[in-house]
Design a protein around this ligand. Structure first.
Ligand code: B12
Length: 357
């Protein structure tokens, strides 16, 4: 990250609340109809949205990646439109944001930031792309995934659990259940949430049910031969999406590794303490939200400083890294893998396979 981008991003971070307030005040001034249309609660939501846009904006500036902000705006357009907020309101909001940045920041950072906002405004000129289902009928285990989704959406985790246990008893490999049922269904739920077709409660229920059912597979996962090699798996601080890194840990267990799985939202000092107490051969860090990428870079730097005696191989992954193939290098990691299935091979290439006993 160069200094200009880093400093501009940090200015946006420190001024986020003030800028968000200024955007909403100016937007409501310019369009008095908004107050009647969305009511007082609507104003609070707009303020939250403004802060959210600014969070992504600063992450994009920090990464020197205008595409990141443009992608986010396309995502936000679909999410807001499905909740009755038309595209032109978002476009007007961005135009106001642009003017607030232009007048509220010193000229140099203002110039840099407005080019990113312009990229977001331009992204709105193309109609938002369709969001195809993640459960295509020709995908592997498509029927099972459909049935599993239907079960969790009607809050029937017993039925969902029976489906999975029966499939495993029939010989379906656990890795296939993980990737083609759990992962796909979780992402499909996310798509439907974005389109306002499932409730937050359904999404939470599905995640909890899937975690419970994963735990029921543990006798099979933890019973294999061991390599007597350890790795630590964690989400970066602030990150609440833990299923992906949990799948990564389980698949490594299936490959004979001992995982120290820490889960969601772990503070950096706790991760460093764990690495001191549980010496590991690999550290795996997960981030889903694109605005956690800087936190991943900071965590890697902190680990390197705290454990200077050897170069601990560090892998990063998760949704934030999915469509940005070189991002793992930028954050100072040693590699990445696209999913849990690719993890063991990646680790073997990095630190050697070693015997299974
Ligand atoms: C469940 C869920 C949640 C749950 C998480 C519960 C839990 N206990 O984990 C909760 C409710 C907490 C949540 C919160 C939020 N969420 Co959410 N969430 C999801 C959802 C639906 C599923 C996530 C999941 O389980 N995926 C399945 C796993 C298996 O996939 P994965 O994480 O990609 O992991 C695989 C690979 O990436 C890789 N991998 C992962 N980690 C690592 C690490 C290493 C080292 C390696 C090598 C590989 C690797 O291997 C994994 C297994 O194959 C996604 C949709 C989606 N597309 O993922 C949205 C989604 C990620 N969430 C989203 C949003 C917006 C939010 C919130 C901001 C919502 C809000 N307004 O509060 C918050 C942010 C919270 C935060 N600060 O982290 C958006 C993000 C959009 C964007 N462009 O930024 C998504 C995409 C939904 C959507 N379509 O709009 N969410």
């Amino acid at each position: 990250m160069d200094r200009v981008h880093a400093e501009t991003a940090s200015t946006l971070d420190t001024q986020r609340s003030a800028l968000a307030e200024a955007v909403i005040a100016r937007h409501y001034d310019q369009q008095p109809g908004l107050a009647a249309r969305y009511g007082p609660a609507g104003r609070d939501r707009c303020l939250e949205d403004a802060a959210y846009h600014l969070t992504y904006l600063s992450e994009s500036v920090a990464a020197a990646s205008p595409v990141l902000f443009a992608d986010y705006i396309r995502w936000a357009a679909v999410m807001l439109a499905s909740r009755g907020i038309p595209l032109h309101d978002l476009a007007a909001h961005l135009a106001v944001l642009r003017s607030v940045v232009e007048t509220g920041l010193p000229p140099k950072p203002a110039h840099l930031v407005t080019t990113y906002v312009d990229g977001g405004i331009a992204a709105l000129a193309e109609p938002p792309a369709d969001l195809p289902t993640l459960l295509a009928p020709d995908a592997p285990l498509a029927d099972l995934a459909q049935q599993y989704l239907a079960a969790v959406l009607r809050y029937d985790r017993q039925a969902a659990s029976r489906l999975i246990l029966a499939a495993v008893a029939d010989g379906v490999p656990i890795i296939d259940i993980y990737l083609h049922v759990f992962q796909r269904v979780q992402r499909e739920i996310g798509r439907r949430w974005q389109l306002n077709q499932v409730t937050v409660a359904q999404e939470h229920y599905c995640s909890a049910a899937t975690q419970l059912i994963m735990a029921r597979l543990y006798p099979a996962i933890f019973s294999g031969e061991r390599r007597h090699r350890r790795f630590v798996a964690t989400c970066v601080s602030g990150e609440l999406h833990e299923l992906g890194i949990r799948m990564v840990s389980d698949i490594m267990e299936l490959h004979g590794w001992d995982s120290v799985y820490l889960g969601a939202n772990i503070p950096t000092p706790a991760i460093i303490q764990t690495l001191r107490e549980q010496p590991a051969e690999v550290l795996a860090i997960s981030a889903t939200m694109p605005f956690h990428v800087r936190a991943v870079a900071a965590l890697i730097a902190a680990v390197r400083t705290a454990l200077p005696s050897h170069h601990l191989p560090i892998l990063v992954g998760g949704y934030a890294f999915q469509h940005r193939p070189d991002l793992w290098r930028q954050v100072g990691a040693d590699g990445s893998a696209v999913d849990a299935a690719a993890m063991p091979g990646t680790v073997d290439r990095l630190v050697g396979g070693g015997p299974v006993r």
